[in-house]
Design a protein around this ligand. Structure first.
Ligand code: UD1
Ligand code: UDP
Length: 440
């Protein structure tokens, strides 16, 4: 089997690293294709070193630009490589433009696509990421979904349960593995010294880069006003290049940088950043990955957004959405600082993203599909029989797998009277309403 991984931005490198590593360990043939969307050393090269993964075999160097231009250039470059390399499956991760470009190109070339972190939905079509992730899901063959909730999103859109693999999120693998490496190397003291602050008490780690926040002067001003009030915190802000540009353009960079308790620094490498976040009292962010890492590292998170495609973190109690509302940011931050029970409750929220074995489960599934010939994308040759979609209540002890074998059916949804359940093979359906397709 030959696997091609398409990536292009910082979070894709981090989240694909455990999977790339697992593929190498198993001796499976692989190529890595970098779109070049992120190109600063601090946003790209450093992560290949920190995460100890091979440098990409190809870099398309698309650089920055409008969505259309960037995605178009990526598609052209990816197509050339895939025509040449002929992989059995293309892996894309998340919701960036690389995901959209990689999925569209591979689908047209009839190459199977594995979407890592599939099924997330913010239900906000003004976000470029929501467009990308939905389009990639339409094109994909295998869906590596982090939680049952994301699997249910896909079921509700009509995707077949058989191609959904609930594997957790590889960010947990990356977090566990690399925090240990960083601590063992004695990185901690050195990297914290680099931050050049007087003490490590009351650390608030801040990251923001979402277009809807940092490209909007009113929102970003509200956030800065909130930061001004949190002057008993050490606010460490490794700044994303997009944010640096817009703050400078709005004339807000110096105002923020001059605050005695705000330390604006360059983006950190992954090991340094993990040590910073794991030593933080609070994380304030609009990052997707950081919402997941916060709950993995038991650090309370306030998310500078009005919606999230990671609602599990909020339901679990580790994350609160505060938008760019100054008062909501200040009040919730104060509560975490001053109310120990409240903060402990957030810290003890159960991580919904798995045990840190996501890479292993993902590669297991790909090997199984490859062995069974399920990565071959062919037009169907059997004459389409009719099928009916039915809904019934089950009143006997029977698992999904047993029901499907007996009825020659495929179960879609299972409802236990309270909420939707993801119908994995072992689920006992007794007492549930189910929908299923039946071949006649
Ligand atoms: C992209 C992703 C976003 C992801 C984020 C991770 C899309 C649509 N957006 O957003 O989903 O959360 O990466 O960080 O794919 N720049 C540099 N150096 C770099 C990269 C960017 O200076 O190495 C500057 C450029 O001015 C560029 C701006 O940052 O115009 C935005 O970069 P871009 O890659 O378009 O989007 P991100 O905001 O990074
Ligand atoms: N990150 C990092 N250094 C930093 C800031 C973030 O290594 O200075 C990591 C962080 O741990 C997370 C990822 O970058 O894994 C998140 O990337 P980003 O916020 O750019 O993108 P998103 O997750 O929102 O797509």
């Amino acid at each position: 089997m030959k696997i091609a991984t398409v990536l292009g931005t910082r979070p894709e490198i981090i989240k694909m690293a455990p999977i790339i590593d697992e593929i190498s360990k198993r001796g499976i043939d692989q190529i890595i294709l970098h779109t070049g969307q992120h190109y600063d050393k601090e946003m790209s090269d450093n992560f290949f070193k920190d995460l100890e993964i091979p440098t990409p075999d190809y870099n398309i160097h698309v650089g920055s630009g409008t969505h259309g231009k960037q995605t178009g250039l990526m598609m052209q470059g990816i197509e050339e490589v895939l025509l040449d390399e002929k992989p059995d499956i293309v892996l894309v991760q998340g919701d960036t433009n690389a995901v959209l470009a990689g999925a569209l190109v591979a689908a047209k070339l009839h190459i199977a696509i594995g979407h890592v972190e599939a099924g997330l939905r913010s239900f906000d079509m003004t976000m470029p990421e929501e467009v990308n992730r939905r389009a990639a899901d339409v094109c994909s063959t295998m869906y590596f979904v982090p939680t049952n909730e994301s699997a249910i999103n896909l079921l509700a859109e009509g995707f077949s349960r058989k191609n959904l693999f609930v594997v957790g999120n590889p960010v947990v693998d990356a977090c566990f593995r690399h925090l240990e490496i960083a601590q063992k190397r004695g990185f901690e003291e050195e990297s914290l010294k680099k931050l050049d602050i007087e003490n490590m008490d009351n650390i608030l780690t801040l990251t923001m880069h979402r277009a809807e926040n940092v490209d909007d002067k009113t929102r970003v001003t509200n956030i800065i006003d909130a930061l001004k009030e949190l002057d008993d915190m050490n606010i460490i802000f490794p700044i994303h290049p997009r944010t640096k540009n817009t703050l400078e353009n709005f004339g807000l960079f110096d105002e923020l940088n001059d605050l005695h308790h705000v330390h604006i620094i360059k983006p950190l490498g992954y090991l340094d950043f993990l040590l910073l976040t794991s030593n933080s009292t609070l994380i304030l962010t609009d990052s997707g990955g950081l919402q997941e890492e916060a709950i993995t590292l038991d650090v309370p998170a306030l998310t500078l957004r009005y919606n999230t495609e990671r609602p599990e973190t909020v339901t679990a109690g580790g994350n609160i959405l505060v938008g760019s509302d100054k008062q909501a940011i200040v009040d919730n931050a104060r509560k975490i600082l001053d109310d120990k029970d409240f903060a402990d409750k957030m810290r003890n929220a159960v991580n919904p993203y798995g045990q840190g074995n996501s890479a292993e489960l993902t590669v297991d599934a790909m090997e199984k599909y490859y062995a069974e010939g399920l990565l071959d994308i062919k037009a169907p040759e059997d004459i389409m029989t009719s099928f009916t979609r039915k809904m019934i209540k089950i009143t006997e002890d029977i698992s999904v797998e047993e029901f499907e074998n007996r009825e020659n059916a495929l179960v879609h949804m299972a409802f236990d009277g309270d909420k939707m359940q993801f119908p994995n093979d072992e689920l006992n359906l007794n007492g549930m309403m189910i929908t299923y397709d039946k071949r006649e």
